[in-house]
Design a binder for this molecule. Sequence first.
Ligand SMILES: Cc1cc2nc3c(=O)[nH]c(=O)nc-3n(C[C@H](O)[C@H](O)[C@H](O)COP(=O)(O)OP(=O)(O)OC[C@H]3O[C@@H](n4cnc5c(N)ncnc54)[C@H](O)[C@@H]3O)c2cc1C
Ligand code: FES
Length: 337
Amino acid sequence: MTHRIALNFEDGVTRFIEARADELVADAAYRLGFNIPMDCRDGACGTCKCHCESGDYSLGSYLDDAMTEDEAQERYVLTCQMKAKSDCVLSIPAASSVCKVKVAVHAGELAQVRQLSPSSIGFSVKVAEIGQLSYLPGQYVNVSVPGTTQARSYSFSSMPRDGMVEFLVRNIPGGLMSTYLSELAKPGDALSLTGPVGSFYLRDVTRPLLLLAGGTGLAPFLAMLQELQRKGTAEPVHMIYGVTSDADLVEVERLDAFAAAIPGFTYATVVADPNSAHGRKGYVTHHLPEAALHGGNVDIYLCGPPPMVDAVRGHLADKGVKPASFHFEKFNPSENK
Ligand SMILES: Cc1cc2nc3c(=O)[nH]c(=O)nc-3n(C[C@H](O)[C@H](O)[C@H](O)COP(=O)(O)OP(=O)(O)OC[C@H]3O[C@@H](n4cnc5c(N)ncnc54)[C@H](O)[C@@H]3O)c2cc1C
Ligand code: FES
């Protein structure tokens, strides 16, 4: 039996390894060419210590000098002693380049472009070796823009299925990728996906979740909800999906399907445009019910344009709410124009 271990490096690069149930995680990593930090290999020095974000494992034997009781309680592990009992996610406190890890490049071709509204485009990519492309729900990848030497970052808006991955993109007039998708794209165009990358991914669900999406910041949540549907959850999950204008409100039928399939999942949409006929107007912070904050016993995930991320953080600080965890992804504009 093997378990899938995600190694998340400090620079945001993620690579996956398969570790046998009877195999030390460090041995599995080295067997597959990932030189994660290591020294004594004996549970004595602590060099291989990292944080296990999710999953079950046995710690093995080690000296207190290498890892304290408190650290073990906080889910630190020594990879030279640890064996996985389920799929796990490990944060490796080193950059991928230091560990001689190359970021994976996946060849694909454009399968379909869907103009979801004047402002939003969905597209899917058929990946030649989909089995090689693993990612955590919420992560992103750098997508090459066909006909150019440039790439743009996009969050996966689905988990892999039928050899395909999907994306949800805001159509920015004159933007390089936006123009390609809205005017030039043809099914079969060659694309490359470099990654996956990012620390914005769904952790083990151990308390209520609050998901806050701004515009196409909905994308990573669609992948997360797909995973929640597959795994099931006993915790309440509430999403607030805010957009600028009515035309930006897309993929609502997918959210309805998730609401029907995931017990405890509810969502509300919000439109900022004062001229909209929508029932809830304003920003997500105007429609954040006290109950959804669970007195701070909540994991908050937030994705959208940088001003929204900052506004929500400010709002929580004003309310004096300190959530159990706060994960966010800012859709910063690309720098290589
Ligand atoms: C980690 C990460 C994940 C991302 N995931 C997504 C995603 O899932 N979906 C998505 O739609 N976008 C996402 N983005 C943003 C995306 O990478 C591109 O920046 C965006 O799609 C614009 O690309 P473009 O080539 O069309 O425009 P560009 O050619 O890059 O830009 C054209 C012009 O538009 C401006 N501009 C760029 N972005 C914006 C913006 N958001 N608002 C206003 N003006 C802008 C630029 O400054 C420039 O003047 C993500 C960004 C990051 C960093
Ligand atoms: S390498 Fe020394 S404790 Fe693991």
